[in-house]
Design a protein around this ligand. Sequence first.
Ligand code: G16
Length: 541
Amino acid sequence: MADQILAASNKHPKPVDRVFQYGTAGFRMKATLLDSVVFRVGLVAALRSRKLGGQTIGVMITASHNPPEDNGVKLVDPMGEMLENAWEAYSTELANAKDEDVPKVYQSLEEKLKINPETPARVIYARDTRPSGPKLVQALVDALEAAGAEYTDYKLLTTPQLHYLTRCTNTEGTPQSYGDVSEKGYYEKLSEAFVRAMKGKKASGAVTVDCANGVGGPKLAELLKFLPKASAGGVDIKIINDDVLKAEVLNHECGADYVKTKQRAPPSSKAGNNDRCCSLDGDADRIIYYFNDPEHGFRLLDGDKIATLAASFIGDLAREARLINGLKIGVVQTAYANGASTKYVEKQLGLPVVCTPTGVKWLHHAATKFDVGVYFEANGHGTVVFSQQALKAFHTKEPESPAQAAALETLRALSDLINQTVGDALSDMLLVEIILAHKSWSPREWDLTYVDLPNRLVRVEVGDRNLFKTTDAERKLVEPQGIQDQIDTLVKKYKDGRSFARASGTEDAVRVYAEAATRSEADDLASKVSSIVKLEGGSKQ
Ligand code: G16
């Protein structure tokens, strides 16, 4: 096998002087630099599958919210979760090996991890709509063939669909079966659950969905074929920004990341006052809602607002179903969560909040400690996970009234609708639509649940982002030395001020977040902290 790996690897040479790192969501960079990385990730996928006794591993080729010329690759573990932490380091090691050392590093991992090379290796993969995708897929296939892995190409998928299919593949024919192993199975599962959860309720008005000109566009169009029409109990879903043929428009002035960071609707939006709108990101794992308030202007309903909406709704259902005392419900956030949302969850909803570093893998893990773990990053990446005990209770509790029976049925439907593997913009959108229909809420009523502290997110380009090291769930910098003291001194000068800086794991930049009692204070704090970061981070070459 070593000879095959070397011969195949020679077709995918590593760019000299490049150091690669498995970041927040796998490897991300300019697509032109990624060929050798994808090849080597293919080798890791084969090793990981063999290590897990031939369970299927997923590989997703996407750069999600990043610009069209970028691409990325990440691995999905058997139950649809993000790759186990230790394996990120093995991936990084193989990605950085000299070309001629690739077979040696592969074999040393095999030995170190006690992997039997005779065990079958199984991999499934998919990609988003970027033009660089097909060539990178070829690099992946070359690796899988050299490593003797079986593989299935799912072509174009959203990232959460690939996570879903990975879990379905590994649970097929078992009592834990997660669903039919097909893209169609995904649409059927979501639409059936949606119909059950909407029973007797009616959506009000239309929702306009900005698909970031990414893979979410065609996939949402496909999902619509399975959902009931608005006249038959469905939602009127209007799709915009679904051009996947013009590569350069992907994520350009549209999509969830644009709306969240710019705090404005895509310029192409033609939505009127109070119209319900949402934006997906380039691979449809994030969603942000918003609307234009005639009095207050643009209003953002971000991941925090989706989390609080979901937590309060599921909490109410659990109460109606008389399950509330037996279930631990909690919310998981990151440092980016608006301070007002954390306060609302703790004080108004009376639920515990856990803060983790950025990256779904951290949030997901923390959420599984609850029976109902609601996790969302403020940028709209999140989902709700249910423990086995919660699912059992939804299915076995004997209702004593029609209201209790209805609450239990909605809980069962939600547990089928919500993607248990990872944040999924399509499933999350249906969840929000269901909740708004149940509550007969417009986006304005949802927005009024609590008032966000004015905040600002700034992307600061520095000479070396790796100089910035954090602690306390990324809320404090330990390096460069002395920088946190400067930030602390500044923050004290602002009412309700809070600010932090951390190196991005998907972009070559440091992100600075600031919030304060007023818009001008939040902007001022963000700009001052950004200046400190720029100074300490060195100038860009
Ligand atoms: C990815 C991760 C998210 C993270 C985001 C930004 O999102 O999956 O968990 O919040 O990157 O990360 P960072 O601030 O480290 O750049 P996506 O949608 O790009 O896959």
